[in-house]
Design a protein around this ligand. Structure first.
Ligand SMILES: Cc1cc2nc3c(=O)[nH]c(=O)nc-3n(C[C@H](O)[C@H](O)[C@H](O)COP(=O)(O)OP(=O)(O)OC[C@H]3O[C@@H](n4cnc5c(N)ncnc54)[C@H](O)[C@@H]3O)c2cc1C
Length: 394
C-alpha cells in the first residue's frame, strides 16, 4: 500500500498540536494510503516554555517526553534540521554527534519556534533564555540568601536580597511574582526577614500590558504590589555590573541579581534553512499556512508570519495562537490532499492570562465591547488550564 510521509519539525506547542491534529484528520483520509508521521526535534521531549520562570524560582521539571504524547502511530527523530530542499521534498538533519542524514517527505510542517532575546556580555545579569539559565538564576538567588546569613553590612545584606527583573512583558510579570513568593519563603527558612526581600520589575512603558486597557495594567501593578513586587515604570535598564544596575539617566540601584526577560525572536536558523523569510526572519506563508513558493510545505507557530486575511492583523508569538493554528492545520492538510477548499486563518480572540505566584492569576478577555477579568484562585485555575491544554495535558 502506498505510504504518505508527513514530517513535523519542532516539538514545541505548535509541533505537538500539529501532530495530534494531522494524526486525527489524516486517519479519516480515504485515498487508501497509509500515514507515516514523523516528529523531529533537537530533544526527545517537549519543553513547556511558558513555564520557564518556574525553575528560576523552585526545582521543577518543565519537560515532557514525546513518547508520553503519542505512545503509538508517531515516530520520533532526535536531530536538528539544517536544510530543507522543497523542490526535492527532502530535508537534512544532524544528530547530537554531528552525523548527517536525509529524510524525504510528502508533507512537511515547519514549527521550529523562537528563541528568547539574548543580552550582550556588557549588559551583565542573566537572561531567562532556557532551562539551564533558569536553574542558574535559582542557584544565584539562593546563594545570595546564604551569604546574607553571615553578612554584617546592612547595605550589602540589602543588595544581596534585591532582585531586578528587566522587561515587563508576561514573562517578566510572571517571573517577578513567582520569585516574590519563593525568595521570601527561602529567606524565612534561613531565619532572615522575608520583608527585606526586594523584587523590582523594570518596565520601559508607562504602564503594564499595553496590549490591553489601562485599568488592566493598573490592576496587574496593584496585584504585583500586594505580592511584594515593586514595578518601576518608564525606566530602561542599560546594564548590570558588579551588583549595580544602571538605568537610562544614570540612576543606579544595588542588586544581588539582575534577570533579563526581553521577549522572543523567530528561530535564527530560519535564515539559512532554505525557506523564504521576511526581514525580521519569519517564514512567509499564505492564509492557509502554506510556505510561499513551495508545495505541501506548511509553517506555523512563533517561526511563521501569519496574517488574518480579514483584518490584516499579524498573529503574536504566543502558545495559544500556535495551538489554534495547529488545530486548523489538520483540516488544511486534508483539504489540500483531497483537492478541496482549505480553511483560512482567523485571528484568536483577545485573551490573556498571567500567573501571579502560586495559585494566583489574572485572566483578561474582551468580548462584545466588555472587559472580562478573573483574578485570584479562579484566575489561576484558568491560567493553569491554558498552560496544560497547550501541552496536551488533560
Ligand atoms: C518565559 C516565557 C514565557 C512565556 N509566556 C507565555 C504566556 O504566558 N502565554 C503565551 O501564550 N505564550 C507565552 N510565551 C510564548 C510561547 O512560549 C511561544 O509562543 C510558544 O513556545 C511557541 O510555540 P512554538 O511551538 O511555535 O515554538 P517553541 O515552543 O519555540 O518550539 C520550537 C521547537 O522546535 C525545536 N527546534 C528548533 N529548531 C529546530 C531544528 N532546527 N531542528 C529540530 N528542532 C528544532 C525546539 O527544540 C522546540 O522544541 C512565553 C515564552 C517564554 C520564553
Amino acid at each position: 500500500m502506498e505510504q504518505l510521509t508527513c514530517i513535523v519539525v519542532g516539538a514545541g506547542y505548535a509541533g505537538i498540536n500539529a501532530v495530534k491534529e494531522i494524526k486525527k484528520t489524516l486517519q479519516n483520509e480515504r485515498s487508501g494510503r497509509t500515514l507515516r508521521l514523523i516528529l523531529i526535534d533537537k530533544n526527545l521531549y517537549h519543553t513547556r516554555k511558558v513555564l520557564l520562570f518556574k525553575p528560576a524560582a523552585i526545582t521543577q521539571n518543565i519537560t515532557i517526553p514525546l513518547m508520553e504524547f503519542f505512545p503509538s502511530g508517531v515516530e520520533f527523530v532526535q536531530a536538528t534540521v539544517t536544510q530543507i530542499d522543497s523542490d526535492k521534498k527532502r530535508l537534512l538533519c544532524q544528530d547530537a554527534k554531528g552525523n548527517e542524514s536525509t529524510l524525504t517527505y510528502d508533507i512537511l510542517v515547519v514549527a521550529v519556534g523562537s528563541v528568547v532575546r539574548q543580552t550582550t556580555a556588557e549588559q551583565g545579569g542573566v537572561a531567562l533564555t532556557n532551562i539551564h539559565a533558569a536553574s542558574i538564576i535559582h542557584e544565584m538567588w539562593r546563594a545570595n540568601l546564604v551569604r546574607v546569613v553571615k553578612e554584617r553590612s546592612v547595605h550589602e545584606r540589602q543588595r544581596l536580597m534585591t532582585i531586578a527583573v528587566t522587561g515587563a512583558g508576561i514573562s517578566g510579570i510572571e517571573t517577578s511574582a513567582e520569585l516574590a513568593h519563593f525568595v521570601r519563603e527561602e529567606a524565612k527558612q534561613l531565619g532572615l526577614d522575608p520583608n527585606a526581600v526586594k523584587i523590582i520589575l523594570f518596565n520601559m512603558n508607562k504602564r503594564l500590558f499595553t496590549e490591553g486597557p489601562t485599568k488592566l495594567g493598573d490592576k496587574l501593578a496593584h496585584i504585583l504590589a500586594t505580592h511584594g513586587v515593586t514595578v518601576v515604570h518608564d525606566s530602561k535598564v542599560l546594564k548590570e555590573k558588579n551588583g549595580i544596575v544602571t538605568l537610562l539617566g544614570d540612576k543606579t540601584i544595588p542588586v544581588g541579581l539582575c534577570i533579563w526577560t526581553l521577549g522572543l525572536l523567530p528561530n535564527p536558523m530560519l535564515r539559512s534553512i532554505g525557506l523564504p523569510v521576511n526581514d525580521d526572519g519569519f517564514v512567509l506563508v499564505d492564509a492557509s499556512y502554506r510556505v510561499q513558493g513551495a508545495h505541501s510545505l506548511y509553517s506555523i507557530g512563533d517561526c511563521a508570519r501569519i496574517v488574518d486575511p480579514a483584518s490584516g492583523l499579524v498573529d503574536g508569538m504566543t502558545c495559544k495562537e500556535a495551538s489554534a493554528q495547529a488545530a486548523r492545520l489538520g483540516n488544511i492538510v486534508l483539504a489540500d490532499l483531497t483537492g478541496n477548499p482549505a480553511p483560512t486563518h482567523k485571528r484568536f480572540m483577545d485573551f490573556f492570562c498571567f500567573g501571579l505566584g502560586p495559585e494566583q492569576g489574572l485572566v483578561w478577555t474582551h468580548k462584545w465591547g466588555l472587559d472580562v477579568i478573573f483574578t485570584g484562585k479562579l484566575g489561576w485555575r484558568l491560567r493553569k488550564w491554558t498552560w496544560d491544554i497547550a501541552s496536551l495535558i488533560k
